[in-house]
Design a protein around this ligand. Structure first.
Ligand SMILES: *Cc1c(COP(=O)(O)O)cnc(C)c1O
Length: 455
């Protein structure tokens, strides 16, 4: 760790902050970065250094870091009614407004909404909804949840069990009722000579085999991100959802689209399920829902699940679930404004206009040595580093290749995220073509520097 003066922000952070999702070797080598503010797509630290944040914070700051209208919406609501819950049939007017607006922009004209404070809580709530419906309706054994390897659904006990990352073994997870199928990544997992269509058929057969082995009557739901975000921007192979949706339907298993990242435009449609042309039974939203200006999540149930949950609640008198901050009036006011900012004030339009430039510059980097795959859609993308482009062999783990690239980017004024051996990019929706060029110029310079260093 570099030496920090005893009263520096860095020393104070190290003294009293417990770091989550932080690579300890990098932290020790470089120290923390303490930020004070942001402007547009840039963030600034206590020393006046600044970076392009090519990750929109954590995917969510889609309107940038100084959107006046969002801050004003929060302020106005704090003045009007600064906090309330949504228990006992009492709720704020903003909660009603936002529920209506969410249904309006969702694919479910007869859907219903339940609010949480985070994406993890929204997925966790969805699991409990399925368990509640099934238990009340006399099929208590219908409880198992299927997700994909490498999928990310959160960090609570249930959602960490759904998250298909190896690190959850350190918590003794997943719990026994949580099952996995393969990560749909054709470039990495397609077999030599296997066509994309054959690969997709193999994945659908794998899902069907798991369902049959476990017994369809024991499976409560299947959760999937349209594009895996924290898995490293894994874009599904062509026809993937068209192949698995009928398998799930045939066995009476709801398909839940975890749109915490994909929702509100990231993939180039309002919802990822629209980009990939499938109809889920429910949508999970968070992150972009408030453009990152308030912690909030939502479960948006399609008509069948909405009816089933309402009936179950009637039967046992109440759906015994909720968070103190569910439907928080300030969060709802901010989300209402965020939806307007994205859909009516030009952010979504801008995203669609600049996405080709973003994808073009991204794909051009696949010509560099050691970039095995450049992949992405809309305003999300990843570069997969490989030791050998022909065999796709990864770098030895001890080289920490993606950490090394991300740290070099930091030194050059660019924040991007290492994930596995990939570098992930998901800039705010306000980014201009000029800023995209600047971002990729910095990234290319950093990649060349690292590849030179490692020889
Ligand atoms: C971030 C994320 C979550 C978890 O959201 P939190 O607000 O961090 O709890 C769930 N699902 C997906 C797809 C995510 O990207």
């Amino acid at each position: 760790m570099p030496e920090f003066a005893p009263n520096s922000w860095e020393a104070r952070a190290n003294a009293h902050v417990l770091y989550g999702f932080t690579d300890m070797p990098s932290l020790h080598a470089r120290g923390p970065v303490v930020l004070t503010h942001g402007r547009g797509i840039h963030v600034f630290d206590v020393h006046g250094r600044s970076w392009i944040d090519a990750n929109s914070g954590l995917w969510n700051m889609v309107a940038g870091f100084d959107h006046k209208g969002l801050a004003e919406a929060a302020k106005a609501q704090y003045d009007r009614f600064p906090g309330y819950h949504a228990f006992f049939g009492r709720l704020s007017d903003q909660t009603v407004e936002l529920s209506e607006r969410l249904i309006e922009v969702s694919p479910f004209p007869d859907g219903k909404v339940f609010f949480t404070s985070s994406g993890s809580e929204a997925n966790d709530t969805m699991v409990k909804m399925l368990w509640f419906i099934n238990t009340v309706k006399g099929r208590p054994e219908k409880r198992k949840i299927i997700t994909r390897e490498n999928g990310y659904h959160g960090v609570t006990v249930a959602t960490a069990s759904m998250t298909g990352k190896p690190y959850n073994k350190w918590f003794g997870l997943p719990l026994p009722e949580f099952k996995r199928v393969s990560c749909p990544h054709y470039w990495r997992h397609g077999e030599p000579g296997e066509s994309e269509a054959d690969y997709v058929a193999r994945l659908a057969a794998e899902l069907e085999a798991l369902i049959e082995a476990e017994g369809p009557q024991t499976i409560a739901g299947f959760f999937a991100e349209p594009v895996m975000g924290a898995g490293g921007v894994i874009v599904p192979p062509a026809g993937y959802f068209q192949a698995i949706a009928p398998v799930l339907r045939r066995h009476g298993i709801p398909l839940i689209s975890d749109e915490v990242i994909c929702g509100f435009g990231r993939t180039g449609s309002i919802w990822g399920c629209q980009t990939y042309d499938f109809m889920p039974d429910a949508i999970i939203s968070s992150k972009n829902l408030t453009a990152g200006y308030f912690p909030m999540g939502a479960v948006i149930l399609g008509p069948e699940l909405a009816t089933a949950l309402t009936e179950a609640a009637e039967e046992v008198e109440e759906f015994v679930h909720g968070f103190t901050a569910s439907g928080h009036p300030v969060g709802c006011a901010v989300a209402l404004k965020a939806i307007d900012v994205v859909l009516r004030e030009g952010l979504f339009e801008n995203l669609r206009a600049v996405a080709p430039r973003f994808q073009g510059r991204l794909r051009a980097l696949a010509d560099l040595p050691h970039i095995g795959e450049a992949r992405g859609v809309g305003l999300m993308g990843a570069l997969e580093a490989v030791a050998d482009k022909d065999t796709k062999e990864p770098f030895p783990a001890e080289l920490s290749i993606s950490e090394r690239i991300a740290n070099t980017c930091m030194d050059n004024g660019l924040i991007c995220r290492p994930l596995g051996q990939a570098i992930v990019l998901c800039p705010p929706f306000i980014i201009t073509e000029g800023e995209i060029d600047r971002l990729f110029d910095l990234l290319e310079k950093s990649l060349r520097q690292v590849f030179r260093e490692i020889g």
